[in-house]
Design a protein around this ligand. Sequence first.
Ligand code: SAH
Length: 455
Amino acid sequence: MTVPVKKNDRLTVHIEDLTHDGAGVAKVDGYPLFIQGGLPEETAEVHVLKTLKNYGFAKIIDIIESSPDRVEAPCPIFHQCGGCQLQHLSYEGQLKWKQNMVENVMKRIGKLDVPVHPVKGMAEPWHYRNKAQIPFGLEGEVPVAGFYKTKSHAIVDTNRCLIQTAEADAILEGLKPKLWALGLTPYDEKTKQGLLRHVVVRKARTTDEVMVVLVTKKRKLAQKEAIIETVRTLVPNVRSIMQNVNGQDTNVIFGNETLPLWGDEVIEDYIGDVRFEISARSFYQVNPIQTEVLYKQALAYADLTGNETVIDAYCGIGTISLFLAKQAKSVMGVEIVPQAIEDAKRNAALNGFTNTYFEAGPAEEVIPRWYKGGKTADVLMVDPPRKGCDEALLTTILEQKPKKVVYVSCNPATLARDLRILEDGGYKTKEVQPVDMFPHTAHVEVVALMSRVDE
Ligand code: SAH
């Protein structure tokens, strides 16, 4: 492709789409320009910042025709913080764009002509995140805590966030000055000096219980009592205060050692009427309201009568498995992270389920083995990571022909690719339902229902 623009060019473009990072996309003679802050249907004068072989970047100088869905971003640090990408698009506009995007991807990548329902959004799309992971650091000499800038590890010092809980705000605003006053130091990624790396605040929506985890570089933590007292004053509903030690030079938040500081070591939450124990490092969905919407949709598509055997592939801590277990004859879950399988087993026992079975391992190896051993499924549920299902798993599905496949996906592109493979092997995609798990970001979760054509 010849590149039709060069660095420092100024031109007028029409923005057609958004990338999965929420940047506007305009095409100049077919060459995509990514434009931060631009919205679909807008005409803008832009300045070209950089050109690569297949795409380039430009910034807005002036919006000539603005999108009817453009709004003033309510968060004062929206333009610096890397957390949200779409606050400048009205919530209705976000849902409309997400539906369109899923529809286009189904057509373009999946060659599928399938009904894509309007996105199930939130009635109140703010303060939905039940987990805040707040980094400490230094800006020059000044200790700070807040959020990372877009694609960077520079921290914007912040006291409030519109998508996290009031408890996380209270910790951010109240704990920070207290820690500095106590003489504790933030960890500096550049010099590798300092003690405090992150504070993680988790809240269980249904029980209001809160866990606060202080991640430190070393185990020795001075002023423990003062820290505990401050946290308990700031968040009276705290049930667990933990310390996690991470001495590594890494971007990974948690280290291997977790120590109790005060209270219990878990908090409890419910999804539907299933109870979950969450420990400092357990994986747990971050938008509990929409998780329930998503799982209800998966359950509706599975359409269980109580006689079915279900396989839940990529099951995490077994949340979908346990949500389905009451309506199924049995559920078998498989997940690659052994710790998550331990959580799944514990939570199954906690809820008194005797018809669930969990195994740690790659789905594409474990499920073929189950099938060989006669453990088959009427309904196969898959919820893979962004890269989609492993080919070997899709091959197994086509050989074993479960009546129904319910596919939960966080990436419409790999979903469409996998649905096409299953369609070519004798399945038909009946319906596609997007669910907005992450308002103000460009992410969307999708549930698709497939059945065998010959059934
Ligand atoms: N269904 C769960 C988690 C879905 S996230 C929930 O709703 O909470 C996708 C999961 O797939 C992650 O837990 C990840 O650890 C797991 N995973 C990734 N590759 C895998 C593989 N090859 N086999 C099994 N699980 C895998």
